[in-house]
Design a binder for this molecule. Sequence first.
Ligand code: ZN
Ligand code: ZN
Length: 252
Amino acid sequence: MADKYALQLSGYKALWNAIDWVFPPKCVGCGAEGQQICPDCLQKIQYTSRDSCIYCGRSLPVRGICPRCRQHPPVYQEVRSLAGFEGVIREIVINLKYRSDLGLSLVAAEMMAGLVQRENWQLEMVVPVPLNEKRRKQRGYNQAAALAFPLSLLLKLPLRSKALIRIRDTKSQVHLNSAERKANVQGAFLADPLLVRGSRVLLVDDVYTTGATLNAAAEALCSAGCSDVRVVTLAKALDHHKEVEIATPNKV
Ligand SMILES: [Zn+2]
Ligand SMILES: [Zn+2]
């Protein structure tokens, strides 16, 4: 199975290399031709510090637990986000949300794989946060899964996309406060005990905002018997952002 995935990935890579040769890629940050992300834009990425809360990523003098999370700890063990939701990372998230760009998801997954490897987490499978069915149909595509697929290949872990499903549609979280978000996503997920019982899971999403969705997903995984849930996201909403708001472009 792992070989099949590896073959699939090299097939895609070859295809994308061929496409790149005919239509040179443009930098997602500045539009310069030649790469998905040019060296200048790569250098400007504001990576998050490890000196942060293990549960919400808020900045702390050393890695630990912030007062708020001490009072209301989530069920997952730890979260790491690669970078703040700004600049080129913001552009990647928006591009992944509305366009299926395999080249870009590979570049993003490579950066996320490096982050996960540095954490030295003991993991057994990769599970993306599922979109609700209505939105997936509209979009035709789940950006968390688009990141989780190459990430699983890079980490040499099985991808278990069917381990976690949404059992109820939820409202868009954009205009909800933290308590409303929690209520909105509570009980929205269901995990398959046959696929996850006793396992150490890497839960993958594109953006960490309040953690409500990720915690609800982790609750479902824990109810199904997961022994350990770690979370990785590409971006983290900046502390000064009240909400991460991504307007739907007119043309998708
Ligand atoms: Zn650039
Ligand atoms: Zn915290």
